[in-house]
Every structure is written in structure tokens, then in C-alpha cells.
Design a protein around this ligand. Structure first.
Ligand code: BES
Ligand code: ZN
Ligand code: ZN
Length: 489
């Protein structure tokens, strides 16, 4: 899967390596062992900037003209963050990619030196490095040729770092699962096909249960079924269990994902950005990718993932603007816009999650265009009804290297979703603004009194241009944060 040999470490640089990756920073605290080079460490910053190193690309390839052989100079960030280290890792990959060197050695700095790298920094560099090679080539007749290179991590603290590298590998593979699902076109990745792909993950020790439409009806999931009824593709709800703490999976962390395999808007058909709406299952895909990683890492936590899979289409049987529909929770919902479908399917999935008596529920959804207005494509929007859970999620996101920003919940926003003829409407009154918050308020009604958080990933689940870490397309956002969160429980 990676264009590299399986991850392995050695204490010395292999004699046949033809390219070395060297770390340095301006204060010389974070510096690889240069003893095999006739190079003055203090000259590295100057040399690197002459070769074109900038804040954008944190790594550059040297030529062999000085007799030192070939190496990539990788500059550690002056303002360290998980994100900056991921960017550094990706830059190393991009410097390496156009070359044809087969034997590569990454010479890690000595971690015991003060102000050198922390072990978690190395993990993030690794994540950026191994993640940057991702490509979705499933439907290409001429598959790109992949040069698989022999890569050795040269480290002194071998035991410690191998654990970090294995962790990075599990996260990256989980992100690849998410990205593969997201890039698959909607004529291939129907709700049923998505469910079948999840079922294949039982080999990792995950337990998977798929509900078909008859079972969804028996469960009174009328809101979810209403969204799917305009499509010829039947809806599904998939429950994925990782019982890492106890076989009964008691007191789990519940993760709920929006899985709209294609969001045309329904009868309120969208006028633009339709091709991006294959990505509207990004929340579900993140949860599947995260649980793939948790199973690989054998995280000692009980986790239940619930993904609601539908297609929102304007067929002859489609639900209409002005319909009043039921929900599993027993609340009636006036549908004022069929394009506000995510909250409807999540309402039933969250209510279903509540019955599992979870310690907390976290939902991920590409829910609103409004979150992009507020936060763009850098930060996801976080909403939470409990301070302790808020803190845990913020810490998990920081450790995972994913940016999110808390937005408020407030009962005052509920009035904007009032309906005079049903318990609630799915659209806030015209002109009320705060589209991401009112959507979150809608979801909160279905979370009962369980600690619950909602992460709106509409701006971060995919990007339309390279951002230094991820290529254009799906980013795998959420995988790293959810795995960090599961580790905390
Ligand atoms: N899937 C969209 C939200 C979305 C829009 C995600 C753009 C990513 C990019 C969602 O189902 C939707 O259509 N939301 C509407 C809600 C509105 C009708 C209240 C929106 O945001 O415009
Ligand atoms: Zn929609
Ligand atoms: Zn949607």
C-alpha cells in the first residue's frame, strides 16, 4: 500500500543507502547525526535556503556536487505543532518522490537532546510522510507505476520510536480507508455497497451488523427512510463494534456518521457543487477509517460506530418540502427543505445510539455549507453539550493534529426551528443565520441527556487544492482525532 518497504528501524545507516534524510533547525537542537558527512552543521540553514527551502516546502533535495552524496534537508518547524510536523513529513515525501533513489535512510535526531524532537513529533512526521503518497487509482486503466523503495529509519531510541511509527502507520491506513470510500463515485458506492465494504472489515476483529429497510422500518427510523425514499438505492444503517475493553461492549463510546452517498438536495435540488456531493458520506467514512485504525491498534476501549447510509434523490417517491415525517424518537418533523437531510438521518441514528447507553456520543457530518462560511477549510466546527467531553475532544484533536473550533449551543437558537404544525422543523426561519448552530441544535434534541458532541466537517473532509499535507480530494479528517479520543476512554 505504501511505496516503501515495511516500516523497520536500525541503529546505523545502511552502507548501501543512496539517499539520506537529515533534520536540522536554526538553533541546531534538532539535528541528525552528520558524522558520515563532511558537513558543518551550522552551514545547513544557509545551504538549505540556497536550495530553495521555504516555509511552504520544509524539505529540499541536495545535489551530490559537494561529494557528500545525496540527501534531503528537512527543517524542523520553529513553531512546532502536530500539523507543522505532518507538513514536514509530507514535504520530505514530495522532495523524494521525483527521484529514483531506491535505498533511503531517514536519520532521526537524538531525542534525548533538549529542544530536539519529541517522540510524538516523530509520529506526526511519519504520518505526513506515509500519508502523502496516497493516490486513488482504482478506476485508471493505466495504473501509475509505483517505485517501492527500501526505507530504513535510523534511530537510537528504537523501541520507543517503532511504537510511534506503528501508530502512525495505523492512522495513515485508516485515513486511506476513509479516502478510498470518499473518492469512490456514487454509482459504485451506493448505501448497500458501502455496507458490504464495511462487512469485509470483520477480519480485523470488528463486529458488523447491517440493517436493511425492513429492519429500519421495524425500528421506526422514519426520518432516515424518508430521506432515502426518493432514490432507487435502498438505505442502510450499519453498526460496527470494536469491543477492545470487554466482550459485551458495555458503556461504549458511540460514534455516529452521516453517510449520504450522494446529496442532490432532493426536490430542493442543488444548483451548484453537485459533483462534490459524492463526498457527503465523509462523516461515515471517517468513522469507518477510525475504527479500522482502532482495531489494528487494539485500542483497549469499547467503541460502537453507527453509520446512516442513504442517497438523497428527487425521484417520484421522494419526500417533499412540506411533508411532516416521523422519527425514531417519536418527534414529528416538518420538512421545509429536502436538502437539510443530514440532520434527519442523524436524528434517527443518534436516537438509536442513545439506546446503547453510551458514555458519550460523537457525531461527524458534512452537515452545513455555513460552517465553510465561518471556518473555511482549515477548522471543523465543534458543538458539545458537556464541558468534560469538550475538553477531551479538544485534547484529542490537538494530539491528533487536526484543527477544530468550538461554536456555541444555546436554547435561544431552538426558537428558529419551531414549527406550528409539527414538533420541530428541519430548517431555521429565513434570515436567522447561524446555519451550522441551528443544525447542531436540531441534533441536540435527539441526544437526550447523554454527553454528546457534533463535529461539522463540511469544510475539512475534502479540499479542492493541495494544502501541503493532503492532495486535492478527501483528507481523512477525523480519523486521527477519533482514535486519540478512543484512547482516552
Ligand atoms: N451536504 C450539505 C452540506 C454541504 C454543503 C457540505 C457544501 C459540504 C459542502 C447539506 O446536506 C446541505 O445541503 N445543507 C444545506 C442546509 C440548508 C438547506 C439549511 C446547506 O448548508 O446549504
Ligand atoms: Zn443537503
Ligand atoms: Zn448533505
Amino acid at each position: 500500500m505504501f511505496p516503501f518497504s515495511p516500516i523497520h528501524a536500525a541503529s546505523a545507516r545502511p552502507s548501501d543507502s543512496d539517499l539520506s534524510v537529515l533534520f536540522f533547525n536554526k538553533s541546531h537542537s534538532c539535528i541528525s547525526d552528520l558524522s558520515h558527512l563532511a558537513t558543518d552543521p551550522t552551514a545547513l540553514p544557509e545551504q538549505a535556503s540556497q536550495l530553495g527551502l521555504s516555509d511552504k516546502n520544509r524539505a529540499v533535495l541536495t545535489t551530490a556536487s559537494d561529494g557528500n552524496g545525496h540527501f534531503i534537508l528537512a527543517q524542523c518547524p520553529e513553531q512546532p505543532s502536530a500539523h507543522a510536523y505532518r507538513q514536514l513529513g509530507a514535504s520530505i515525501y514530495y522532495a523524494l518522490k521525483p527521484t529514483s533513489f531506491n535505498e533511503v535512510a531517514i536519520i532521526w535526531p537524538d531525542l534525548t537532546v533538549e529542544k530536539s524532537l519529541e517522540k510524538s513529533d516523530c509520529m506526526h512526521i511519519c504520518q505526513g510522510f506515509y500519508g502523502a503518497g496516497y493516490q486513488f487509482a482504482t478506476h485508471l486503466s493505466d495504473k501509475p507505476e509505483i517505485l517501492v523503495r527500501e526505507l530504513t529509519h535510523v534511530v537510537q531510541q528504537r523501541q520507543v520510536l517503532m511504537r510511534q511509527f506503528d501508530y502512525a502507520e495505523a492512522i495513515v491506513l485508516g485515513q486511506h480507508v476513509t479516502k478510498d470510500l470518499m473518492h469512490e463515485p456514487p454509482n459504485v458506492l451506493t448505501p448497500d455497497n458501502f455496507a458490504k465494504r464495511i462487512q469485509k472489515m470483520t477480519s480485523l476483529g470488528l463486529q458488523v451488523d447491517v440493517m436493511d429497510e425492513a429492519q429500519l422500518k421495524a425500528e421506526n427510523m422514519h426520518a432516515l427512510l424518508s430521506v432515502g425514499q426518493g432514490s432507487s438505492q435502498p438505505s442502510r444503517l450499519v453498526t460496527i463494534r470494536w469491543c477492545g475493553h470487554s466482550a459485551d461492549c458495555a458503556d461504549p463510546l458511540a460514534l455516529v456518521g452521516k453517510g449520504v452517498c450522494f446529496d442532490s438536495g432532493g426536490i430542493n435540488i442543488k444548483l451548484s457543487q453537485l459533483t462534490d456531493m459524492k463526498y457527503d458520506m465523509g462523516g461515515a467514512a471517517s468513522i469507518v477509517g477510525a475504527m479500522h485504525a482502532m482495531a489494528r491498534l487494539k485500542v483497549p476501549t469499547n467503541v460502537v460506530g453507527i453509520v446512516a447510509l442513504v442517497e438523497n434523490m428527487p425521484g417520484g417517491n421522494a419526500y417533499r418540502p412540506s411533508d411532516i415525517i416521523g422519527s425514531r424518537a417519536g418527534k414529528s418533523i416538518e420538512v421545509l427543505n429536502t436538502d437539510a437531510e443530514g440532520r434527519l438521518i442523524l436524528a434517527d441514528a443518534i436516537d438509536y445510539a442513545c439506546d446503547l447507553k453510551p458514555r458519550a456520543i460523537v457525531d461527524l457530518a458534512t452537515l452545513t455549507g455555513a460552517v465553510i462560511v465561518g471556518l473555511g477549510h482549515e477548522y471543523a466546527g465543534l458543538f458539545c453539550n458537556q464541558d468534560a467531553l469538550t475538553d477531551n475532544i479538544k485534547r484529542a484533536a490537538k494530539d491528533g493534529g487536526e484543527k477544530l473550533w468550538q461554536l456555541p449551543l444555546d436554547p435561544a437558537y431552538d426558537r428558529m426551528m419551531d414549527s406550528t404544525i409539527a414538533d420541530v422543523s428541519n430548517l431555521s426561519a429565513p434570515g436567522s443565520g447561524a446555519g451550522s448552530i441551528t443544525a447542531a441544535q436540531f441534533l441536540q434534541r435527539f441526544a437526550r441527556d447523554i454527553p454528546w458532541a457534533h463535529i461539522d466537517i463540511a469544510g475539512t473532509a475534502w479540499i479542492s487544492a493541495h494544502n501541503g499535507v493532503h492532495a486535492k480530494g478527501a483528507t481523512g479528517y477525523g480519523v486521527a482525532t477519533l482514535v486519540e479520543l478512543a484512547k482516552q476512554y
